[in-house]
Design a protein around this ligand. Structure first.
Ligand code: FAD
Length: 468
């Protein structure tokens, strides 16, 4: 696919839609050239455009489609796979100005928001009406549009699922400029293909999300965190199915080992309880009353003692609870600080996590690479980071390591990305292990939405063309 160059006439046409101050062609474009991923290099867009409403997005897309100019949608740029990097140049279409909470509907337990609304804004707006958005995909400055586009996950997936579990409908602009509405304020719907779910997780390759209808729940009364040490990671992981079989449904179950705990202590200066133990589960529970939370915690404790745990730490007060949660949230910056070379986000069946981590670490050790692993034990999502000093030789070794890890993960019935998406960072690894028939179907779906291939080219399975 080859694309047309952005001309000064084209920039003027964009300015006629959104006003001159919302069309950036100078140094300010730099802030739109990258995201938070570690691998992919930054690429400067030819122009950044910041529409304020759906009509403007539609007019921009019509114009870009007519002229064959690539368009990369962008939320807050917190993505970890390079999805918002405009690798074919052209336009970055930033949704930052479309940041209004349109409605919180208490009767129907839902909110309608523009795509540039951040997670923190949504939590606040829902909370003010006594309602709750239960998913927690880590970075609260991310936008809802970005969460929808990446089907963001996070630590609360065991009980609540991921972003797609809470999206009732969308408004989206197709690459041709047509506006579609999907879903609605209802639970059941068997009226044709589910385009809401198709667009969720499509990483800005099928349509630009311009409005999101989100399901909300009631605020849970009480919450607790259990921090449980085990002799080995295998013991910890083997406890997880039994916790769920005991009839309790925690919000999240995280696993971690001594190496990351000690790194986070060094990075933050905060002391973590029982930091000399080998492996841990961090279990988060919610219920309506203190008694219910206590009963759930006791059941979980009993199961864990049966799997070799010799202690269950319950933070004694709100401050201790906050510190423990914050320590978990600091894993990513901690590893960045110690020289993160790559970010693996594989998902495997949760019963396979211990075996997968053990095999992966062995392969890494054999290659002379230090590999740190932690993740979401309750939903199978394993985060692994090779760490060290970045040199061309090390990068080549890390690439070989990742090829092996994806093969091992797939052989265990896994998938390449659990929550961060493929973007550009994982595109080639995905193509290396994906079923070709499935990739072909994905390409046909892409063509149906985007006949000229202008929307977020080079992502998921696609290699970008050059401007001519
Ligand atoms: C410290 C840290 C912790 C994180 N923790 C988690 C975590 O626990 N779980 C998790 O899932 N993620 C996590 N992330 C990743 C990131 O926050 C999510 O991927 C988030 O969904 C990205 O949102 P964004 O607004 O920043 O999107 P961007 O990075 O701007 O874009 C991401 C992708 O979505 C597309 N896109 C953005 N907006 C739209 C739109 N309106 N319409 C169509 N396409 C669009 C872009 O083209 C791109 O492909 C973390 C990131 C950081 C930096």
């Amino acid at each position: 696919m080859s694309y047309m160059k952005v001309t000064s006439g084209f920039v003027q046409a964009l300015a006629a839609i959104v006003g001159e101050k919302n069309v950036l062609t100078g140094d300010e474009r730099k802030a739109y050239s990258r995201d938070e991923s570690t691998g992919p290099v930054a690429v400067m867009p030819d122009v950044v455009v910041r529409p304020e409403n759906t009509e403007a997005v539609s007019r921009i897309m019509k114009l870009a489609n007519e002229h064959g100019i690539p368009v990369t949608p962008r939320g807050a740029g917190t993505g970890l796979s390079g999805g918002a990097i405009p690798i074919a140049g052209g336009i970055v279409l930033s949704l930052e100005r479309m940041n209004k909470i349109i409605e919180v509907d208490r009767d129907n337990f839902c909110a309608t928001v523009e795509p540039g609304v951040t997670l923190i804004q949504l939590y606040k707006a829902a909370g003010e009406q006594g309602l709750y958005y239960p998913t927690y995909p880590g970075e609260t400055s991310a936008t809802i549009g970005g969460n929808v586009a990446t089907n963001a996950g996070g630590m609360r997936a065991v009980r609540y699922g991921v972003t797609r579990s809470f999206i009732l409908g969308l408004q989206a602009v197709l690459p041709t400029g047509e506006v579609i509405e999907t879903g609605g304020k209802f639970v059941k719907n068997t009226s044709g293909y589910d385009l809401t779910q198709l667009i969720i997780g499509s990483e800005g390759t099928l349509a630009i999300v311009t409005r999101v209808l989100i399901k909300l729940t009631l605020i849970p009364g009480k919450s607790e965190i259990l921090f449980i040490p085990f002799p080995t990671l295998k013991d910890a992981i083997e406890a997880v199915p039994d916790i769920l079989k005991a009839g309790v449904l925690p919000v999240g179950i995280e696993f971690m080992e001594k190496d990351i705990i000690q790194m986070v202590e060094k990075f933050t200066g905060v002391s973590i309880p029982m930091h000399d133990r080998n492996a841990f589960l961090m279990v988060m529970v919610e219920a309506e009353t203190d008694e219910q939370v206590q009963a759930t915690a006791e059941k979980i404790g009993d199961v864990c003692f049966g799997h070799g745990a010799d202690d269950v730490f319950l933070p004694p007060n709100a401050q201790a609870k906050k510190e423990l949660l914050e320590a978990r949230e600091k894993f990513y910056p901690t590893i960045s600080h110690f020289g993160m070379l790559e970010l693996v986000d594989i998902v495997v069946p949760r019963s396979k996590i211990a075996e997968f981590v053990a095999q992966s670490k062995q392969i890494a050790t054999d290659m002379g690479i230090n590999l740190v692993a932690y993740g979401h034990a309750g939903d199978g999502n394993v985060h692994m980071h090779p760490i060290g000093e970045r040199t061309p030789e090390v990068e080549a070794k890390v690439h070989k390591l990742l090829v092996e890890l994806y093969k091992v993960g797939m052989a265990m019935g896994g998938a390449v990305s659990g929550e961060h998406g493929l973007g550009i960072a994982k595109r080639d690894y995905f193509l290396g292990v994906a079923d070709p028939a499935r990739v072909e179907l994905m390409k046909r779906i892409k063509t149906a939405f985007d006949p000229r291939g202008i929307l977020n080219p080079g992502k998921l399975f696609d290699r970008p063309g050059k401007a001519s």
